[in-house]
Design a protein around this ligand. Structure first.
Ligand SMILES: *[C@@H]1O[C@H](CO)[C@@H](O)[C@H](O)[C@H]1NC(C)=O
Ligand SMILES: *[C@@H]1O[C@H](CO)[C@@H](O)[C@H](O)[C@H]1NC(C)=O
Ligand SMILES: *[C@@H]1O[C@H](CO)[C@@H](O)[C@H](O)[C@H]1NC(C)=O
Ligand SMILES: *[C@@H]1O[C@H](CO)[C@@H](O)[C@H](O)[C@H]1NC(C)=O
Ligand SMILES: *[C@@H]1O[C@H](CO)[C@@H](O)[C@H](O)[C@H]1NC(C)=O
Ligand SMILES: [Zn+2]
Length: 451
């Protein structure tokens, strides 16, 4: 018996040695799920048995901090590239050209490569270039081409896609799990438009928001059952996160709502603007009017105005070429209206990422993650190197660090469950495609000869 064990170990060592060239093929698969606008504390005033179970079975961060600008496209693109917004240049949900004044709505940007493809490669492309198969299901940025290269499989959200159809949510879970189990995809990113939609329409501190959190919780329960059903429990890591939080918008008569045209004549002083878009605004002063615009905005209450080149370094926005020269950030809960109050949202985001209401969630589970581990908060930019490590690929240059997420992982080699080193012996076809099965077969012959 001792001899057999020794030989098994030798077999394992040899098959491991045969792996490097196909290392990515030996890694576990990865599903990244984003529930848009899931504030960090949304699970604390609702029954969420499945999210609670996830903490026991995996890891949780107390909260995570999105990049400054706490908006959907900029933040998702930081997650999938590991780069600050000033580097990846997706500086708004809307695509715009401040010279021509052309503006394109968020949904229409989803297939406009020129908005996303600015020289920074997202994880899908980097993984594909290293031999992995990847897919994006409704995930922002997945519908663009990068240096002419498309993501292997892409579903882009339809213009009139309903955000809250629970039946469809479950179908989407099964669809992506089939991509893993039947078509051998290695990385899939899956996006849901809730609870953001309800947060905007009804406000974060409402029964409607609690209701959608219960729906998300049921979907996570469904996901876990479905992972078992698709026999992916031992080979799929799952990260569940989001792009920003949500805060209740302050309205009259509680506060005097901000109307910027009261403080400066927008037509006369600005040649381009995107205001009326929550807590974050941008404008380009007409030539020679820079100081006047800055001074006038500085007099407006309940907001902070920045020159692009004098923003706090922690924003990581100042180097952007796309951002116009003036950036306005409203105080928490104040909306930036341009001329009239056209904005009907009851909840919003886009505010300073230091505000607790802008913080969001991070949960993860699967064969490479610890169990029952609660991490200190970290910046969402650090998710990228973690994903590369899980997929065993070389990351593109990025602004994250493994230091902050390393503690979430089981010490390398110590995977939960059956001894992984014996997998090539038990399941030759599921292991490395290279020399391992050959050496395993030879060693099995040796074992039987010795016995
Ligand atoms: C991406 O490239 C493919 C092939 O060149 C092309 O068919 C497709 O329309 C492009 N998609 C986008 C969003 O540019
Ligand atoms: C929800 O999605 C299911 C499955 O895609 C579909 O059959 C159903 O009609 C949808 N319900 C609504 C209200 O859109
Ligand atoms: C908004 O600004 C006004 C005028 O400066 C100030 O009195 C008020 O306290 C501010 N409101 C909040 C919520 O900060
Ligand atoms: C972010 O990463 C890029 C690529 O490595 C680098 O050029 C840039 O200086 C980094 N930004 C910061 C703030 O460190
Ligand atoms: C390993 O994972 C299985 C489920 O895959 C679980 O039942 C078991 O308790 C885990 N063992 C440890 C030591 O965490
Ligand atoms: Zn969002």
């Amino acid at each position: 018996m001792k001899k057999l064990q020794l030989l098994l170990l030798v077999a394992a060592a040899l098959s491991a040695a045969g792996k490097p060239a196909s290392k990515a093929v030996g890694a576990n698969k990865l599903l990244l799920i984003s529930f848009d606008g899931f504030r960090w504390d949304y699970d604390q005033d609702v029954e969420t048995p499945n999210l609670d179970q996830l903490v026991l079975d995996g890891v949780k961060a107390k909260y995570i901090t999105p990049p400054m600008l706490t908006m959907t496209s900029p933040s998702h693109f930081t997650t999938i590239t590991g780069r600050w917004v000033e580097d990846h240049e997706v500086v708004h949900n809307m695509m715009y050209d401040s010279k021509t004044n052309q503006k394109v709505s968020h949904k229409k940007t989803l297939t406009r490569s020129e908005w996303w493809d600015n020289g920074v490669l997202p994880l899908w492309i980097t993984a594909q270039n290293q031999g992995l198969k990847t897919a994006s299901f409704h995930f922002p940025g997945g519908g663009a081409n990068y240096s002419g290269q498309a993501v292997n499989r892409v579903l882009v959200e339809e213009f009139d896609h309903p955000d809250d159809n629970e039946t469809e949510w479950r179908q989407n879970v099964d669809t992506v799990l089939r991509w893993f189990s039947e078509e051998d995809f290695h990385l899939v990113t899956l996006y849901y438009g809730e609870p953001d939609n309800v947060g905007h329409a009804k406000g974060p501190d409402t029964e409607d928001r609690k209701k959608i959190i219960r729906q998300i919780d049921r979907t996570i329960g469904y996901l876990r059952e479905a992972i078992d059903r698709h026999s992916l429990t031992d080979s799929l890591n799952v990260i569940i996160t989001s792009d920003h939080g949500m805060t209740t918008v302050k309205k009259r008569p509680q506060v005097e709502e901000i109307i910027l045209n009261k403080y400066l004549n927008l037509i006369k002083l600005a040649s381009f603007e995107i205001l009326d878009y929550g807590g974050f605004g941008i404008l380009t002063p007409r030539p020679g009017k820079e100081q006047e615009v800055f001074d006038s905005l500085s007099k407006a209450p309940n907001l902070t105005v920045y020159h692009k080149d004098q923003m706090p370094e922690s924003f990581h926005l100042g180097k952007s070429e796309r951002l116009p020269p003036i950036v306005v950030v409203a105080d928490l809960g104040f909306n930036l209206n341009s001329r009239f109050i056209v904005y009907v949202n009851k909840g919003d985001h886009g505010y300073h990422n230091g505000e607790m209401d802008m913080k969001t969630i991070f949960r993860a589970f699967g064969p490479d993650f610890r169990r029952n581990f609660v991490s200190e908060p970290f910046d969402s930019v650090h998710i990228y190197p973690l994903m590369c490590k899980l997929l065993q690929i070389h990351p593109a240059p990025h602004n994250g660090s493994m230091r902050v997420t390393e503690p979430l992982l089981l010490p390398s080699g110590e995977h939960n469950g059956s001894m992984r080193v014996t997998e090539p012996l038990l399941l030759p076809s599921g292991g490395s495609q290279l020399t391992a099965p050959v050496s395993v077969t030879l060693l099995l012959l040796v074992i039987f000869t010795v016995l």
